[in-house]
Design a protein around this ligand. Structure first.
Ligand code: 9MG
Length: 332
């Protein structure tokens, strides 16, 4: 039976002599939770197989220096008319550039631009429309904001057009499963790519999500997608993984994934987490309007930092950056 090893993060200063550094970053661990599909137990680090330990500990080197001592903050810049909490604000390239500069001034390390809303129930957007939304904005920003631009798309033709004008990463919420040409495009361009887990399509994904064991099922899915990408010629060191909070998940599924976040370090890739203003925060806090969910979003961002998550995707950049500045000396 397969065993999954979830490091238990502790501040590096508190490590025992057997302790190891988590993903070359700011946290350490000297114990793991060993899960099977039957049960779980805590083991000392010496009992973890060598190849798994290598995956958990090695530096994540996509962008040297980026993930060494704190999570990177990815600021969201949607150019869709229906995005779920800030839609329609930045259609025109000049407005997008000034908002992007504002996010960078607030401390964003990366900007994520998307032209197709992925909120639950969102409609499909044809590729030509998506291109006409994102390409002028990427063109206006690339090389001018001093930060890498991530392009949130599931379509290879959109990815190719975006990379041509300066997008530095592809963020694909279908983990390259939506468009059969996407893996080739990413491989040919040698582009970093974020593989996010989703169950179902944005249109229907919240209908009745089902898992045997959500944490282990999502882990297995991401592991299989990494293998698929590597076989397609994508450099393993350029892959980022994301459990896809809110994408075909109930409240309990989201909570199980958030509690088990450190498990994903065993995939050997940087972890990206997007919880900003999502519905589960509204459910837990009793807040209907997505724009009022900043405090809950920031609290999860701080917990993610303590779990060693390398990239946090947020709407509220200034608030998240301030929270992390205060939290990092306390948790690491
Ligand atoms: C586009 N998008 C919306 N939510 C997201 C999340 O949680 N992760 C990633 N990678 N992209 C997201």
């Amino acid at each position: 039976m397969k065993t999954y090893y979830q490091p238990i993060p502790v501040p590096r200063a508190n490590l025992s002599s057997q302790g190891m550094v988590l993903a070359g970053g700011w946290m350490g661990f000297d114990q793991v939770i060993a899960h099977t599909r039957k049960d779980s137990c805590v083991l000392p680090v010496q009992e973890v197989p060598k190849d798994v330990l290598h995956q958990i500990t090695q530096n994540r080197s996509i962008f040297p220096g980026l993930f060494d001592n704190r999570p990177s903050v990815m600021g969201i810049l949607n150019v869709t008319p229906d995005s779920f909490s800030d839609g329609g604000l930045f259609h025109n390239p000049d407005d997008a550039l000034s908002h992007a500069n504002h996010l960078v001034d607030q401390g964003a390390d990366v900007l994520d631009i998307g032209g197709e809303s992925t909120r639950p129930g969102a409609d499909f957007v044809p590729a030509d429309q998506e291109i006409s939304r994102v390409v002028p904005v990427i063109e206006a920003l690339a090389g001018k904001v001093g930060r890498p631009i991530s392009l949130d798309t599931r379509k290879s033709i959109v990815a190719a057009a975006g990379i041509k004008v300066g997008a530095a990463w592809i963020n694909d919420v279908s983990a390259l499963s939506y468009d059969r040409d996407m893996a080739k495009t990413v491989a040919d361009e040698d582009s970093p790519v974020c593989l996010m887990h989703a169950q179902g399509d944005p249109k229907t994904m919240q209908a009745a999500p089902q898992y045997d064991n959500v944490l282990l099922d999502v882990y297995d899915y991401l592991e299989a997608r990494i293998d698929f990408c590597v076989k397609a010629g994508i450099n393993r060191e350029k892959i980022i993984v994301d459990p896809g909070i809110g994408f075909g998940k109930s409240l309990d599924h989201n909570l199980a994934l958030l509690k088990g976040l450190p498990l994903f370090h065993a995939l050997g890739c940087p972890i990206l987490l997007g919880v900003s203003r999502k519905r589960f925060i509204g459910t837990l806090a009793g807040v209907d309007d997505a724009k009022d969910r900043m405090p809950g979003s920031v609290s999860v961002a701080v917990l993610a930092a303590a779990a060693g998550v390398q990239i946090i995707r947020v709407h509220d950049v200034a608030e998240t950056v301030q929270a992390l500045k205060v939290a990092m000396p306390l948790i690491a």
